[in-house]
Design a protein around this ligand. Structure first.
Ligand code: R5P
Length: 301
């Protein structure tokens, strides 16, 4: 018999609690902290014997999280856990999906190989699938990529009258198109040229016929926010009002959040995949439904 047990990684207690409440899966306890020298101390406080463990966390700032997740997984197995599935609403390293210059590594694939070597399954939301089309191309364990677009579309339908969705680049077309279809509104895709880690150039097509619409800029990741900032500038130049900015994953590296606000953008909304003050779109229903189906091959009652 399958006995699921949720365990929250530090910072993800609210998300794990929300999943526990929706699925009625029990929530276990663990202690996890850093020793003064930076190494990880962990102790499992709940009996995990024969349990199917669901770790709820994130791979935001992955380099500091992967070793603790590995150590926790090994400790769970040593304490009798039947399996360990990692739920990470944000999956890191997915943009390093190509060797752009001689000497680089295909790090998206290397991380997938590493995680596949010690986990039994992985569930994530809107990983940056571009040149890698499906997670199974690089993961050798069951790896599920859920999509936040129905939740984003519902949020737009509820909160924004006459929206025109805007995707900042061709890579965004896949999810902007899905959001627009579900929200029953038009969309346009802009052209982006990336000139460096923190420099992008955006061009806007003719937007005259959408002057009476509310622009809604949708992207999967907001990292340095330069894509959003440059897009806002170009939309202003094209005579459109400032957009509502929606990102799935609120990375906001360094000063990105204050930079975006300083650029005059006041309406920023993100999904709860990475805890951030802009979180307004709750992804726990999506994860709860998926987890129940994953473990019991049945819809969430
Ligand atoms: C790019 O391929 C992604 O879809 C996002 O547009 C990009 O990650 C945003 O990055 P930044 O916020 O650093 O411009």
């Amino acid at each position: 018999m399958i006995k699921p047990l949720l365990l929250a990684l530090p910072g993800y207690e609210p998300l794990a609690a929300s999943i526990a409440q929706k699925t009625a899966f029990p929530l276990g306890q663990l202690e996890m902290r850093r020793f003064p020298d930076g190494e990880t101390y962990l102790r499992i406080l709940t009996d995990v014997s024969e349990m199917s463990i669901i770790l709820v966390g994130s791979l935001y700032h992955p380099d500091e999280k992967i070793i603790p997740i590995y150590l926790l997984t090994a400790t769970l197995r040593a304490n009798g856990a039947a399996s360990v599935t990692l739920v990470v609403p944000y999956l890191a390293y997915m943009r390093q999906d190509k060797i752009f210059m001689k000497g680089e590594g295909l790090t998206a694939a290397y991380i997938a190989t590493l995680l596949s070597s010690f986990l039994d399954g992985l569930i994530t939301i809107d990983p940056h699938l571009h040149r890698i089309g499906h997670l199974e191309e690089v993961y050798t364990i069951p790896a599920i990529a859920l999509q936040a677009y129905p939740l984003i579309a519902q949020w737009i339908k509820t909160n924004i009258p006459h929206p025109i969705l805007i995707g900042p680049d061709s890579e965004s077309e896949q999810w902007v198109c899905q959001v627009a279809t579900a929200a029953q509104c038009p969309y346009i895709i802009l052209q982006k040229k990336r000139k460096g880690d923190r420099e992008v150039e955006i061009s806007v097509p003719d937007t005259d016929k959408y002057k009476n619409h509310t622009p809604v800029l949708v992207d999967d990741i907001i990292s340095t926010a330069h894509t959003m900032i440059e897009t806002v500038y170009q939309l202003r130049k094209a005579g459109m009002e400032d957009p509502v900015c929606i990102g799935v994953h609120a990375i906001f590296a360094g000063t990105a959040y204050t930079d975006l606000i300083a650029a005059g953008v006041s309406k920023i909304h993100t999904c709860t995949t990475i805890p951030h003050p802009t979180n307004t779109i709750d992804i726990s229903p999506l994860l709860s439904t998926c987890l129940y189906q994953y473990f019991f091959s049945a819809p969430l009652p």
